[in-house]
Design a binder for this molecule. Structure first.
Ligand code: SAM
Length: 270
């Protein structure tokens, strides 16, 4: 068991594990397509499909500057930049993830459009009104203070900006208890999943107006119960290590039991 949230996520050698696996699978590391990283760099339910939902909801394009809060090793940031042309800044509290995000982004030649900072979602290291849109993907489950989380996203976003939160939320209807380790925490100590109503209340307190809400339970059921026939060359196991199968199994059980579901909430700032 770990004693800080960052040590749940971070470990030495993330980039080496990923690149070694890709080299072993025959990829040319000097001409790497960012898609080759997708099995390891999209740490959220639905993988690429989830990133696509977020991109569609953000509605950004060239000339926009997007903040990705809790950017992990940069999968969503790279996808958003490649598919929309927007500049992207990622912020994350796990130093090893920021280091991996920078190195992988550089490796696939996207550093001119994306930068990363170490920082906390509840005390963002940016001036007010800095971004045209803000997203957060599978991060709120680690944050107890949802009011500060939304207040910070609202503060750094310009007036009229879109804020898209794609998180694992409690459904309030399933039977049973969440079993740990979960992908976002190996202990209840750093785990604060909440119901959609709590997110919406905190967002309203921060002055945000809800424009859409989508529960992607069907995507989650497919993601956990219908794995691809052949696994991708890199997986979340290369990112998180040997505990990943147990985390995945517990998340699958919680989804199947109806305890949790991935939900996308889209807001606009005042
Ligand atoms: C499940 S991962 C998701 C990463 C990424 N958004 C993705 O979808 O691939 C959760 C991420 O949130 C980060 N995180 C958790 N709590 C945070 C906080 N309070 N401030 C900033 N980052 C945080 C973790 O370090 C981790 O990178």
């Amino acid at each position: 068991m770990v004693d800080t949230l960052a040590s749940h996520y971070g470990s030495e050698g993330i980039v080496e594990r990923i690149l070694d696996a890709l080299a072993a699978a025959g990829f040319d590391l000097d001409a790497l397509d960012p898609d080759a990283l997708a099995g390891a760099d999209e740490f959220h339910i639905g993988g690429r499909s989830g990133s696509q939902f977020v991109a569609d909801a953000l509605k950004v394009g060239p000339g926009d500057h997007v903040l990705d809060v809790g950017s992990g090793i940069g999968g969503t940031a790279r996808f958003l930049h490649r598919t929309t042309g927007a500049l992207v800044t990622g912020v994350d509290l796990t130093p090893e993830f920021i280091d991996a995000a920078e190195r992988l982004t550089n490796r696939v030649g996207l550093s001119e459009g994306i930068d990363y900072r170490i920082g906390s979602a509840t005390d963002l290291p940016f001036d007010g009104d800095s971004f045209d849109a803000v997203t957060m993907v599978h991060v709120g489950m680690n944050i107890d203070d949802k009011n500060s989380m939304f207040a910070e996203m609202a503060r750094v976003a310009r007036p009229g900006s879109t804020i898209v939160v794609y998180d694992v939320m409690l459904t309030g209807s399933g039977k049973g208890e969440i079993t740990y380790p979960m992908p976002w925490s190996d202990t209840p100590r750093f785990s604060f999943p909440s119901q959609r109503a709590d997110y919406e209340a905190a967002a309203m307190t921060a002055g945000l107006a809800l424009t859409s809400a989508e529960d992607h339970r069907d995507l989650a059921l497919r993601f956990f119960n219908e794995p691809p026939a052949s696994p991708p060359p890199v997986t979340l196991g290369h990112l998180m290590g040997p505990e990943m199968p147990a985390m995945f199994g517990n998340a699958k059980a919680a989804v199947n039991a109806g305890l949790i579901s991935p939900v996308i909430l889209t807001f606009v700032t005042a």
